[in-house]
Design a protein around this ligand. Sequence first.
Ligand code: AMP
Length: 188
Amino acid sequence: MLNIVLFGPPGAGKGTQSERLKEKYGLVHISTGDVFRALNPESELGKLAKSYSDKGNLVPDEVTIEILEAEVSKHPNAKGVIYDGFPRTKAQAEALDKFLNAKGTSVSMMLSLVVPEDELKTRLIARAEVSGRKDDADPEIIQNRINTYNSSTAPVANFYIGQNKLHEIDGVGSIDDITQRLYDIIDA
Ligand code: AMP
């Protein structure tokens, strides 16, 4: 199985690039952010997730891990999976390892999109126009998401460095150029 963790700060292009990788390699794309946004906003779980995501805070690990595992389990015959926006904490990375090991598989690689902070902010503000996402529109929430990434999520890369699985990709340039950089690493 090809299990790709697509990593990077908010606005790095994970969703856009996931769509390309999904097509080319026939993978299942799982974005925990998309799963949270698709929950019924009136349900208990939906309300809980929204209470964190609207402020740009991370949804607690327990809930997120359960959601992720349920989502993966919907695709028992997948050739592989792109994990977009997961894991975002060390506990999530450990849980993913354990979950995949129990299935006789593992994370193949972490592809980390590197984009400077100013560029992220510009992209997110522009995305708010089309995404309608509350967490894209407000500069304070954007800053909180970036800070949360730096403090809680960026260290997750160390987990994969330890396993020799981290690949950093320059996430600035045309969408096609960045896609090609990702293809080159996956095909190598
Ligand atoms: P995203 O679509 O990846 O930008 O995620 C939107 C929001 O969903 C985040 O700001 C978090 O509140 C929540 N979220 C998504 N993935 C995770 C995760 N792996 N752990 C915790 N919260 C998450």
